[in-house]
Design a protein around this ligand. Structure first.
Ligand code: FAD
Length: 400
């Protein structure tokens, strides 16, 4: 897109990465996305291409074979990928969060063991907090790890694991009774290893199959059943001394970068919806002129473009704050809230501009109509973002 969603102040390296990804999206993703989505087919060739470009290691330190790029670069890459097909950004996102968690909170041994394989994409990550009985309310997690000497036995059921099948390491948040005052201090993240695939992929660990979804196809979302699954104490993220009872806080750190990513996805989908709408509006004639010649339609385009600019600016701001080492919970929440709500509106308007054709499976906009709602839910719903934002603002503006 020539004018919308520009980002000032990018380095030559960032610009070159983004140009390469944009070309890849135009040539290798957009022409195939509709067919792969309708077939719910895993995009193996696209994933190979991403691996060759080094995207699985984009933020992993060069010391471990990654590109060592910033959260901003990653977010802008995600924006491009989602412009092509949201499922592709889903394939990379949980992997990115797990790599981030290990980079930030992992022990030196965990970094050495996982990060080089994650950077080359031979080990892929999934991220598991949600359970059948809870998503927003993390304190309600019931899956439990019980210590026995230098091992832990994990029992419980996890839900909604994006990349649950393809992954071989799952950052899994569970309860560990440590006698802490708060429920949050009694939670631990384990780096659970398994084979990729479905069925019993490690002793006592079963990935039952894919959850059928309305959209976001091609990338699998699964349950994970843990029935007496034994892990060594070295599986505690950060090691036993540093990591036991720190799981909730580590995961929240991961979620903050995840929220920037969801905002970036929303921008990418909005940009694509705008591209489709602005093209269609100039081709389709009604009452003797192109749709774009009717002020009601031109105004829709104006509003869509404005929403894209606002969402992109908030997303870039949140990414830059995190890259500067600052807490960005409020800003990431704002970016995620605004970008996902605007995305739903922009996609809906693009759909209306397409008239009846928007309802046809031949047109990309029908897929975007199924993708956009997920962004209102994933990585914390809009209500949860408002809770985080208001809590942060009330703390900041506390009356003395
Ligand atoms: C396709 C898909 C992929 C996913 N991938 C992953 C993944 O990889 N890993 C993972 O851990 N999870 C994943 N999730 C789960 C996702 O994070 C949760 O669905 C989400 O956090 C919402 O939780 P919930 O579904 O339990 O809804 P609930 O928490 O039950 O909420 C239901 C509704 O109530 C509202 N609500 C809840 N509490 C409050 C409150 N205090 N105030 C006001 N309103 C409230 C919510 O906003 C929502 O509208 C995925 C979900 C989907 C659909």
């Amino acid at each position: 897109m020539a004018r919308l969603a520009q980002t000032p102040g990018l380095t030559d390296v960032q610009q070159s990465i983004l140009e390469t990804v944009r070309e890849f999206v135009d040539k290798e993703i957009i022409p195939h996305a509709q067919r792969l989505e309708h077939a719910d087919e895993y995009p193996a060739d696209i994933v190979d291409g991403m691996r060759e470009m080094g995207l699985f290691g984009i933020t992993i330190d060069e010391e471990y074979g990654g590109l060592g790029e910033s959260l901003l670069t990653y977010a802008l890459v995600v924006e491009e990928l989602s412009r092509g097909w949201m499922s592709i950004s889903g394939i990379i996102n949980t992997h990115f969060i797990v790599a981030y968690l290990i980079s930030q909170h992992g022990s030196p041994e965990q970094k050495k063991y996982f990060l080089p394989k994650m950077a080359e994409g031979s080990v892929r990550g999934a991220f598991s907090m949600s359970e059948p009985g809870c998503g927003s309310d993390v304190s309600a997690i019931r899956t439990k790890a019980v210590r026995d000497g230098d091992r832990f036995t994990i029992d419980g059921q996890k839900m909604w694991l994006t990349n649950g099948g393809q992954s071989s390491v799952v950052a899994t948040l569970v309860k560990t009774d440590l006698g802490a005052d708060t429920v949050y201090g009694n939670m631990t993240t384990f780096l659970v290893e398994k084979e990729p695939g479905f069925g019993e992929t490690a002793p006592g660990l079963t990935i039952p199959g894919k959850i059928e979804k309305m959209g976001y196809k091609g990338v699998e979302t699964t349950e994970m059943v843990l029935d007496g699954h034994v892990v060594p104490e070295t599986a505690v993220l950060g090691g036993v001394d540093a990591g036991l009872g720190r799981g909730f806080y580590q995961m929240m750190d991961g979620i903050e970068v995840g929220r920037v990513n969801v905002a970036a996805r929303a921008c990418g989908i909005s940009i694509r919806a705008f591209e489709l709408a602005v093209a269609y509006a100039q081709q389709r004639q009604t009452f003797g002129k192109p749709l774009s010649g009717h002020q009601a339609i031109a105004f829709k385009l104006a509003e869509m473009g404005t929403k894209i600019e606002a969402a992109h600016a908030l997303m870039v701001n949140a990414a830059r704050l995190k890259d500067a080492g600052k807490r960005n919970d409020v800003e990431a929440g704002m970016a995620k809230l605004l970008a996902s709500e605007y995305c739903a509106e922009v996609v809906q308007e693009a759909f209306r501009i397409h008239g009846g054709y928007g309802y046809s499976k031949e047109y990309e906009i029908e897929r975007l109509m199924r993708e956009a709602p997920f962004l209102l839910i994933g990585e914390g719903t809009s209500e949860i973002q408002k809770t985080i934002i208001s809590r942060g603002l009330l703390k900041e503006y506390k009356q003395r």
